[in-house]
Ligand binder design. Structure first.
Ligand SMILES: Cc1ncc(COP(=O)(O)O)c(C=O)c1O
Length: 489
């Protein structure tokens, strides 16, 4: 044993005052960066030289120091993100974040608590934001939940709970094959999380019964009912019905009242994927209220806060109507985690690790709690309502232009449209619109994404952006018309 401790440079700052100055500089420059975001292009592709420099750096066995590393971040990383913080970003479904929540993430890392359980204030913060969101979604006091990394993870967790609860045998003991093959019913428009989840839970893709949709992209409930009946007759085991509030393609919402009735009649678990759409519950907008009607009848709801909650990645919520549904599916009895009569692991404290898969969890709850308290959920609902109005505004702009065509109804916050020109066949129109989309992105004008609706390529605008204003949609339409004419020529 050495008698004296080896002297080492600390991993904490060697000079706290010097580091304080650098940290203040980081904060100041970050706030300027966010304040001036609208003055920059919506996207700047990463230059080859930057990509090469990042890739070719050899393993840094000796540190370069804090200031040099921060300056490399400013030069190599910060100018070239995917750009979802920009007011003209409407691709896929991503939120914008906020400076306040970014600071909360910083504070959360400073305290750096372990959120699997134990008796400490951060746990009570997560418990409280779960209660608040349960109330906003129309759940009662017995509801449970936990924060997750994203909609995919929140949904897969809910599907695992549904399986434990409704398979009809002890899945936790005998696994997925302790009885007849399990089947889950959801619309063909359901996000790819469900296919992945069926793979991941060992159910297989055959377990996912893809139910057709109507002209408004809502699930055909009568067809679903018939599929359940036929599967039972064939000796299969239906266990779960899934509805979506806000589908990823068009923003359609299923008839949740009808799905809740069906699930009750068939004694199946009823889950709602509200990845972005569930947040419409916070808005008094009539379209929002139509979208979420019946949602509180679900046994479980999954939704993101990093989409229409405008928080930085990553944070999502899974709620179950009864808290015990989560613990039934995930609690364990490991001796090294057993609670004590007092101290840090006192019994009665909340063990989030018993409500999901993750044991070690981060303090995401702080940015949720601070944002909710500082801004208020009514204001959040007003921003959500404004995004719905902006989708309608864009819909009207598209309808007013003979050279543009709407490709799907606009029930919520998503608009699918394309440029049209006489004399072009279907393939040429698709190719032209793909080129328009790439040009919009590469010229840094705006970032919609693309999809295919009823066989036609669509420029897809998903508005979960609190920084967008009507003039941003004016600019989008002007650019699509210009690029359409230019690229056609
Ligand atoms: C309807 C829907 N469900 C699930 C997801 C998956 O959520 P996440 O990307 O947070 O994993 C998305 C993502 O866009 C979505 O739109």
């Amino acid at each position: 044993m050495p008698e004296t401790e080896t002297p080492l440079p600390p991993l904490d700052p060697a000079d706290w005052e010097q580091y304080r100055a650098l940290a203040h500089r980081m904060v100041d420059e970050s706030l300027d960066y966010l304040r001036d975001i609208a003055t920059r292009p919506s996207w700047i592709p990463t230059p080859d030289a930057v990509r090469t420099e990042i890739r070719d750096e050899s393993l840094p066995r000796v540190g370069r120091g804090d200031t040099a590393t921060y300056e490399d971040f400013l030069r190599l990383v910060r100018p070239y993100p995917n750009g979802n913080i920009h007011p003209r970003f409407w691709g896929w479904v991503m939120g914008t974040g906020s400076p306040q929540a970014a600071m909360a993430d910083f504070l959360s890392s400073v305290v750096n608590p372990q959120m699997g359980g134990l008796d400490h204030a951060p746990i009570y913060i997560e418990q409280q934001v779960i209660r608040w969101y349960a109330e906003l979604m129309g759940y009662g006091p017995n509801a449970g939940g936990l924060l997750m990394s994203g909609g995919t993870m929140a949904n897969v967790l809910a599907l695992a709970v549904a399986r434990t609860h409704s398979a009809g045998w002890d899945v936790r003991k005998t696994g997925a094959y302790g009885g007849p093959p399990l089947r889950v019913y959801a619309s063909a428009e359901t996000h790819s999380w469900l296919k992945k989840s069926c793979d991941f839970l060992g159910l297989g893709d055959d377990a996912f019964r893809r139910v057709p949709v109507n002209a408004d992209f809502q699930v055909d409930v009568a067809a679903m009912s018939e599929m359940i009946r036929a599967d039972r007759t064939a000796g299969l085991r239906p266990f779960c019905v899934i509805g979506t509030v806000g589908t990823v393609q068009t923003g359609a919402s299923d008839d949740l009242e009808a799905l809740a009735d069906l699930a009750a009649r068939e004694e199946l678990w009823f889950h709602v994927d509200g990845a972005f759409g569930a947040m419409a519950a916070l808005a008094t907008h009539p379209k929002a209220q139509v979208a979420v009607r019946g949602m509180s009848r679900a046994d479980s709801i999954a939704f993101d806060l990093h989409k229409w909650g405008y928080l930085p990645f990553d944070v999502a919520v899974v709620l179950t109507k009864e808290d015990r549904h989560l613990t039934d599916a995930f609690s364990t009895q490991a001796p090294y985690l057993a609670s004590a009569t007092g101290g840090l692991n006192a019994s009665g404290s909340i063990h989030f690790a018993d409500r999901g898969i993750e044991l070690t969890r981060s303090f995401k709850a702080l940015k949720v709690w601070m944002s909710m308290r500082a801004q208020g959920t009514d204001l959040l609902g007003q921003h959500i309502a404004r995004n719905i109005d902006q989708a309608q505004y864009l819909e009207e702009l598209v309808r007013a232009q003979p050279a543009l065509e709407l490709l799907a109804p606009v029930p919520l916050n998503l608009v699918n449209f394309r440029y049209v020109a006489p004399g072009l066949d279907a393939g040429a129109l698709d190719a032209l619109n793909r080129r328009i989309l790439i040009a919009l992105q590469e010229q840094g004008i705006a970032t919609p994404s693309g999809t295919t609706i009823n066989g036609r390529f669509a420029i897809r605008v998903a508005i979960t952006n609190h920084r967008s204003r009507n003039e941003d949609f004016d600019a989008l339409v002007t650019a699509v018309l210009r690029l359409g004419a230019e690229l056609r020529a």
